[in-house]
Design a protein around this ligand. Structure first.
Ligand SMILES: [Cu+2]
Length: 593
């Protein structure tokens, strides 16, 4: 057995699933890690209001997955609730493990009540922060948690070794607190009821009641001072903060008063480090930042805050979540308990809610590390070119109904004016078994069927068409995709997420994409590599990726309301010629519809 074969990660994954002594084997080989997710109801109190939420293992936010690059994960998800469930491992490449990706009716049928499914995948060539979340309707409002991928043993970070690592999720609500940093969104009402009513009336759904940091709304909301995320730090240290935007419908600005953050990673890819006072993070995106604390005890406390970046026309939750950065008082530092209580509190100043120029300058700073060890393998040549419009539209109101969308219509959203219709069986199964007839059509248009001034005066007819249409790509084709926002019903930033791949963001701009001028300015040297990118409001973004992963891969807006309205589509990547270029058959426990 040759050394080169031994170093192949796929091959090592096989060894570890059969050899129980894997943990004792050479550390660089990767190990198998088992997790059990029991989906069950849990009472949670937020904003003076107790409600039953769907949780993983009774935790909110959910448990964290910790692994090293090269490890295999076996996560058994057992559904004990009445809803159908499916879990997506957001940003995991799922190389030749498309059956474990998770979007309901795309790669699998949902896990029904009383059933279970083991998600089986190996982390190949990725390290950093990602996250998992439910991928069915709006269930992810309470079903989410972090995935922390540590570098292989003995491989250091390409930046200052942090004194401590603190994951943070921007999300909604909380329970036994995971020591993380996610920002989320909390709804007093049941999010499933909110979206199903909106889809019936055709109007916009109700907005959230609070944002949360690690499930905690914080002191700026009623009844919530006790539910405040506190980050306790020592002076003169460097902390690694892992940030996840788990909110349903909001891009967020984030800042810590009087502290500068160094961005080191985006979507589990190292970037050229840069300093900033404020971050912009879209739903679905993750970012690792380094926080250098003050050299000496500052005799002060500091707010960290997040609030939305909003470009659309509709109503939104314009509230602010705050957490507290608190310094440990050194033992030899004398302060009366009264003066500790009355320490000055500094508050960050966040950009205006619609500050697109901040958003643009921030995203322009993101560059791949592009080092020898972590190269940016940007496709230099393109086999397939696509131009997709993304934006809102309408559909007619049924004759016996009154609708609450624009001018009595129903809100829709689309890609190339096609509002995606969810199938009732899994696309990947239909593709794999060759039974696609009546499930999907492989004729998604490469560009809009009717060209118009995308960011100018909107057309008179805003109606969308409907269909389950996919693009078919040969194995290993290199793809360039321009995503163009439309001003139909108002320009708006759309964070587009592609499953199964990272892509390089080679260009972005405002107005209509110019195929003659704009490509000359593309960055093919060190563009940021990620899995979710904001299509600028009233602008366009250009991405490139290599279709080296056979399967069916969902692409959709990560503003959940737009996904619900149909801003989604899927790519089929065909098998290659060689055995290791083919998607293996589905696992025996793959759920049935
Ligand atoms: Cu969108």
């Amino acid at each position: 057995m040759g050394a080169s074969l031994l170093r192949s990660p796929a091959f090592l994954g096989v060894i570890c699933s059969f050899v129980t002594l894997c943990l004792l084997a050479e550390p660089a080989l990767g190990v198998t890690r088992h997790y059990k997710f029991d989906i069950k109801l849990q009472n949670v109190t937020r904003l003076c209001n107790t409600k039953s939420i769907i949780s993983v293992n009774g935790k909110f936010p959910g448990p964290r997955i910790v692994a090293r690059e090269g490890d295999q994960l076996l996560i058994k998800v057992m559904n004990h609730v009445q809803n159908n469930i499916s879990i997506h491992w957001h940003g995991i490449r799922q190389l030749r493990s498309g059956w474990a990706d998770g979007p309901a009716y795309i790669t699998q049928c949902p896990i029904q009540t009383g059933q279970s499914y083991v998600y089986n995948f190996t982390i190949i060539g990725q390290r950093g922060t990602l996250w998992w979340h439910a991928h069915l309707s709006w269930l992810r409002s309470t079903l989410y948690g972090p995935i922390i991928i540590l570098p292989k043993r003995g491989i250091p970070y390409p930046f200052t070794k942090p004194y401590k690592e603190v994951p943070i999720i921007f999300g909604s609500g909380s329970l036994p607190i995971s020591p993380l940093w996610s920002i989320g969104e909390w709804f007093k009402a049941d999010p499933e009821t909110i979206i199903s009513q909106a889809l019936q009336t055709g109007g916009g759904p109700n907005v959230s009641d609070a944002y949360t940091i690690n499930g905690l709304p914080g002191p700026l909301y009623n009844c919530s001072a006790k539910d405040t995320f506190k980050l306790k730090v020592k002076p003169g240290k460097t902390y690694l903060l892992r940030l996840i935007n788990a909110a349903l419908n909001d891009e967020l600005f984030f800042s810590i008063a009087n502290h500068t953050l160094t961005v080191a990673e985006a979507d589990a890819i190292y970037v050229k480090p840069f300093e900033t006072e404020t971050l912009l993070i879209a739903p679905g995106q993750t970012t690792n930042v380094l926080l250098k604390t003050k050299p000496h005890y500052p005799s002060a406390t500091f707010f960290m805050k997040a609030r939305p970046y909003v470009t659309g026309q509709g109503t939104f939750d314009n509230s602010t979540v705050a957490g507290i950065l608190e310094y440990e008082k050194p033992l030899n530092f004398h302060l009366s308990s009264n003066s500790i209580k009355n320490l000055p509190l500094f508050k960050p100043v966040l950009p205006a809610l619609n500050d697109t120029s901040f958003a643009t300058s921030f995203t322009n700073k993101l560059r791949s590390l592009a080092s020898t060890q972590f190269p940016a393998n940007v496709p230099q040549n393109v086999d397939r070119r696509f131009f997709f419009t993304v934006g809102l539209g309408t559909s007619p109101c049924q004759s016996n109904q009154t609708c609450q969308g624009p001018n009595g219509t129903m809100f829709q959203a689309s890609v190339n004016n096609i509002s995606f219709v969810m199938p009732t069986t899994a696309l990947l199964q239909a593709h794999f078994t060759g039974k696609s007839y009546g499930v999907y059509n492989p004729d998604f248009p490469t560009s809009p069927l009717i060209a118009f001034n995308y960011t100018g005066t909107p057309p008179n007819n805003t109606m969308v068409s409907n269909g389950t249409k996919l693009v078919v790509l040969p194995f290993n084709s290199s793809v360039e995709l321009i995503m163009q926002d439309t001003s139909i019903l108002g320009a708006e930033s759309h964070p587009l997420h592609l499953h199964g791949f990272n892509f390089f963001v080679v260009g972005q701009g405002f107005g209509n994409f110019d195929p003659n001028k704009d490509p000359t300015k593309f960055n093919l040297v060190d563009p940021v590599e990620r899995n979710t990118v904001g299509v600028p409001s009233g602008g366009w973004v250009a991405i490139r990726f290599l279709a080296d992963n056979p399967g069916v891969w969902f692409m959709h807006c990560h503003l959940e309301v737009h996904t619900s309205w149909g801003l989604k589509m899927a790519w089929i990547v065909l098998d290659g010629k060689h055995p290791n270029q083919k998607l293996p058959p589905p696992p025996a426990d793959l759920p049935k519809c």
